[in-house]
Design a protein around this ligand. Structure first.
Ligand SMILES: Nc1ncnc2c1ncn2[C@@H]1O[C@H](COP(=O)(O)OP(=O)(O)O)[C@@H](O)[C@H]1O
Ligand SMILES: [Mg+2]
Length: 281
């Protein structure tokens, strides 16, 4: 569905995105995961035809994006990082207006209902909270039932229950065969939703694989334990495979002095730090 070859782009004279290659299969949820300023939104802007001064080739749904025709957006839905809505219009008026730009559209009330906005449908967007605007902007991307969805930090700043609703809709779109590009710096969302993720730092893809392979292939499971030492709580982390050799742990177990002990596989954030030396947040 998407094929990127030798992509190069920079806002300045200094190279930023350089010789980047990746492909996204039809029906896949593909994540861009990286810290703020990594270039995730820039990549989305290139893939959606907002930035056309790139070098290399970017094919989306069979079209070279810099030469896209008017029909290009019939099959592309974009949820921008910052909501782009008409503040003086109501939610329903916004959706009706945007629907009129496309050949076909979904049922507006059903969409409003799906994100809990049906009772606010006739309120002006200027009276909406940030979270309500995010939800409206999200369904705006789904409005014309596009084959490819570009979602830039869709759950950012949402309360947990709105975020859950949105993630369930994203998974539902996948079951309908849609291809979804999801940008996030939330490792939990990436792990749960994405079939594959690309780790992005300073405009470069530093790793690309399924979350499971990244986690299982790179990181060792760890155990963490806590105990009191001269009245001060100490936390120690060791690889799970070193448990039997850890003398402190053996002594604490013998002396019944352990406060807590937990085991766990590494998170996508641990792997991100290991591979890039950077934190996600
Ligand atoms: N329009 C622009 N002009 C110049 N620099 C920009 C512009 N947009 C983004 N940048 C810079 O490009 C880098 C990547 O930004 P962005 O793609 O928004 O990152 P992310 O979405 O990963 O947080 C940042 O250093 C940002 O300051
Ligand atoms: Mg961004």
């Amino acid at each position: 569905m998407i094929r990127v070859n030798n992509l190069c782009f920079s806002y300045t004279k200094k190279p930023f995105i350089e010789n980047t290659n990746f492909e996204v299969e039809s029906g896949e949820i593909f994540g861009f995961l990286g810290p703020s300023g990594a270039g995730k939104s820039t990549l989305q802007k290139i893939l959606t035809g907002l930035i056309t001064s790139y070098r290399g080739s970017v094919i989306v749904n069979g079209e070279e994006v810099r030469r896209h025709d008017n029909g290009f957006y019939e099959n592309i839905g974009v949820d921008f990082e910052f909501p782009s809505l008409y503040e003086k219009l109501t939610a329903r008026e916004n959706l009706k207006f945007f629907a009129s730009l496309y050949n076909k559209h979904r049922d507006i009330d059903k969409l409003l209902l799906s994100v809990g906005l049906i009772n606010d449908a006739d309120k002006k967007v200027s009276d909406f909270s940030k979270g309500m605007k995010s939800r409206l902007n999200f369904i705006k991307a789904l409005l014309h039932d596009p084959q490819i969805l570009f979602l830039d930090e869709p759950t950012s700043g949402l309360d947990p229950s709105s975020s859950r609703v949105m993630k369930d809709i994203i998974l539902d779109e996948k079951t309908k065969g849609k291809t979804i590009i999801l940008t996030t710096h939330n490792m939990y969302d990436a792990t749960e939703l994405c079939d594959r993720v690309a780790f992005i730092v300073d405009g470069k893809i530093r790793a690309l694989d399924t979350p499971r392979s990244l986690i299982m292939g790179r990181g060792a499971s760890k155990i963490a334990y806590t105990y009191l030492d001269n009245g001060r709580e100490v936390r120690t982390e060791i690889p799970l495979c070193k448990t039997s050799e850890d003398e402190t742990l053996s002594r604490l177990l013998r002396e019944n002095r352990l406060l807590s002990i937990h085991s766990g596989e590494p998170t996508l954030n641990d792997i991100f730090v290991e591979l890039t030396g950077r934190q996600l947040q």
